[in-house]
Design a protein around this ligand. Sequence first.
Ligand code: ATP
Length: 274
Amino acid sequence: PGKNGRQLPVSSTFTFESIGGQDRAKTELVEALDFLVKREQIAKLGIRPLKGILLAGPPGTGKTLLAKAAAQYTDSVYLTASGSEFVEMYVGVGAGRIRDLFREARTKAKKEGKGSAVIFIDEIEVIGGKRDGGQQREYDQTLNQLLTEMDGIHGNENPRILLIAATNRKEMLDSALLRPGRFDRHITVDLPDRKGRRHILGIHAANKQLDSSVDLDEVAEQTFSFSGAQLESVMNEAAIYAMREDLEEIGKLHMTMAIDKVMLGERSDKETSP
Ligand code: ATP
């Protein structure tokens, strides 16, 4: 996908159980999603429908996984797009793509007989950055279109649309996006703590053979400030080291080398970036 702006629907087989750590984020998300699930009760009580949830936190912490799990939990179709896909040279193209995305979500939900659709937009800050008065940017139109679409979401429509957006630059977002009735639920998705790291390591070790020298509790201790994505890389790199030695089990040394590799990889990324 990408260039044509029409997002390929992705199957969402992720459940909250496949996400390690992030207990608070998961609880908050489920609480918010119940607003979608308990639709009748919400309507009876006259509660404003939930339209947008913002997931904010560093890269690789599981925001995409949470969005997929949200679609699964609410039995919704899932569509995904990235903010950068809506930035175009020509005026109006980005706005058109936003319109298409919402239209496609409704069509797909109807076709699959689902009562709701989850649209996940990663890197929302690319289209939803603060507008600075004077300078008109092409993507102001894109943002305006997104706001219009959100304002058009109704509690009793069928299918119901829920927007989930992710950012690692929440402070950059235009306040229009954060107003009540738009992305008014904010969920912080932080780097995992030791317990969270242990949980994530366990998830990514489940399909691998570890020998008895490997202690994942110890690995969790040694990987302070690693993201979920980095922990996934550690397990994968360790398996590659074991394979290079023609072994069928991952040993402690492979784990140590993998931690170093992921840590160094990060550092050289930082050094080469401007
Ligand atoms: P970005 O901001 O870079 O888009 P993200 O927060 O959306 O990152 P994901 O795409 O959800 O991160 O995570 C990338 C990969 O890292 C996942 O596919 C998964 O393998 C692993 N991962 C990240 N967080 C977790 C987690 N909490 N539990 C298990 N795996 C995780």
